[in-house]
Design a binder for this molecule. Structure first.
Ligand SMILES: Cc1cc2nc3c(=O)[nH]c(=O)nc-3n(C[C@H](O)[C@H](O)[C@H](O)COP(=O)(O)O)c2cc1C
Length: 195
């Protein structure tokens, strides 16, 4: 099973990569990994005028088709997201909106971080967005409130015991959904329009 870990923040001096690299180390035992760092990709700021164009990537430039192929290859996603003004970053929404079939009938887990809320407001909002895209979000989350108290200056967790245990629960459930939905898609391709 392939897991695409999406690093959602692109801010200068961002903390996201520290969280993502810790999580990737946990996830490697459960999945083949592809870490998609949104700071390393570029998408046009304007979405196409026709929503159907979001469903067919064949006319896109090679770099965009390669990005869509990475998302297509995923059996599961984990979104690593901070919280900006009680929501998730625009960079993440832009990636989501540029794609459609890539999310469908696949499980999505969340690892969040931020101030007092630990990014959980971002996660709750992302669940609504992904429901619109026919994705299945996993209940369990890993959340770091006040992450600057939990990671050292070296970018590593000071005490990894609790987070590692939470990551395992998330990954166990994500792996179940990834397998189940991959089998279901193979038997009966998912159609977004189907009842
Ligand atoms: C524009 C902006 C808005 C923020 N708003 C919130 C917020 O509403 N709630 C919160 O808990 N933290 C908030 N924070 C703190 C961020 O969650 C924290 O700085 C985190 O490290 C941001 O992720 P990043 O470093 O990967 O960009 C905000 C940070 C920024 C830059």
């Amino acid at each position: 099973m392939k897991l695409v870990i999406i690093v959602g923040s692109v801010r200068e001096g961002r903390f996201g990569p520290s969280v993502a690299s810790w999580f990737a180390a946990q996830a490697g035992e459960h999945f083949d990994l592809d870490v998609l760092d949104l700071a390393e990709i570029s998408l046009p700021s304007a979405l196409p005028s026709n929503a159907m164009a979001l469903r067919d990537v064949t006319g896109r430039p090679a770099e965009m088709r390669a990005l869509a192929a990475r998302l297509d290859a995923a059996d599961a996603f984990v979104v690593v997201t901070p919280e900006y003004n009680h929501s998730f970053p625009a960079s993440l929404k832009h990636l989501i909106d540029w794609h459609f079939t890539q999310w469908q009938a696949k499980p999505i887990g969340f690892v969040s971080y931020g101030g007092h809320g630990g990014g959980l407001r971002s996660v709750e909002q992302l669940r609504l967005v992904f429901a619109e895209l026919h994705a299945a979000t996993v209940r369990e989350t890993v959340s770091f409130d006040r992450h600057w108290e939990k990671f050292g200056a070296d970018g590593l967790l000071i005490d990894a015991t609790g987070p590692n245990a939470a990551a395992k629960v998330l990954l166990d459930h994500l792996a179940w959904w990834a397998q189940a939905l991959a089998e279901a898609r193979a038997v009966r391709p998912y159609e977004a329009g189907a009842a």
